[in-house]
Design a binder for this molecule. Structure first.
Ligand SMILES: [Zn+2]
Length: 64
């Protein structure tokens, strides 16, 4: 018996350090830089980006 783990990816994320925003593009299968009022929120170029969705496992749904 093995547990089936289904990954439910978030659709957007924000850096805790520099405020960079990214949005998940399902067609490109990649993260894109998010926009607020038509302005791209790039954040710091050399930031190590600590996403507000990492470190938690709330995006993983376990199905027994
Ligand atoms: Zn950052």
């Amino acid at each position: 018996m093995s547990k089936e783990v289904r990954l439910c990816p978030p659709t957007d994320r924000e850096c805790n350090l520099c405020g960079r925003k990214e949005e998940w593009n399902a067609e490109m299968v990649n993260w894109e830089i998010g926009e607020v009022d038509g302005e791209k929120i790039v954040g710091e170029k050399f930031c190590m980006h600590e996403w507000d969705i990492t470190g938690t496992h709330r995006s993983i749904i376990e199905v027994v």
